[in-house]
Design a protein around this ligand. Structure first.
Ligand code: TYD
Length: 134
């Protein structure tokens, strides 16, 4: 299942006045966006996430600074370092994920295909492993 995770190389318009990147609904990212949120002011050493989504896809971008996205499919773990604002990581449903190793002033942007719904979350890793391996 970790095979379905993709690093997206977003468009980059280089310009002496400053560079520009973008994504559009279901063009550069493979779903229709229903929600965008961002994580910022993360104190050193903190983690965010630590859950899976039952039926929700997302793309995570380090708009500023850097952090690691740690993914687990119930069998193996993979760590991605995001440190450029033109890379996105696409994460399908039912992947356990957390974010750590945040640099000072890092800014994580997350686009998803669902509204916020606490029922989407699996917050117990044991339960997650049971569900994906059954
Ligand atoms: P949570 O998803 O648990 O954060 P993380 O995955 O980074 O640990 O969300 C933290 C809180 O913010 C929780 O009380 C729900 C709220 N929240 C919203 O209201 N809307 C959202 O879009 C998100 C992502 C969270």
């Amino acid at each position: 299942m970790l095979d379905s995770i993709r690093l997206l190389n977003l468009p980059k318009i280089l310009d002496d006045r400053g560079n520009l990147s973008f994504f559009e609904n279901s063009n550069q990212i493979p779903f229709d966006i229903k929600r965008v949120y961002w994580i910022y002011d993360v104190p050193g050493g903190e983690q965010r996430g630590g859950h899976a989504y039952k039926d929700l896809q997302e793309v995570i971008i380090a708009l500023s600074g850097s952090f690691d996205v740690v993914l687990h499919d119930g069998r193996e773990e993979k760590r991605f370092t995001l440190n450029r604002s033109y890379y996105g990581i696409y994460i399908p449903k039912m992947i356990w994920r957390h974010l750590d190793n945040f640099s000072t002033n890092s800014l994580a942007l997350i686009a998803t295909d669902e509204h916020y719904n606490p029922d989407q979350y699996i917050r117990d890793f044991g339960q997650f492993k049971h569900l994906v391996n059954e």
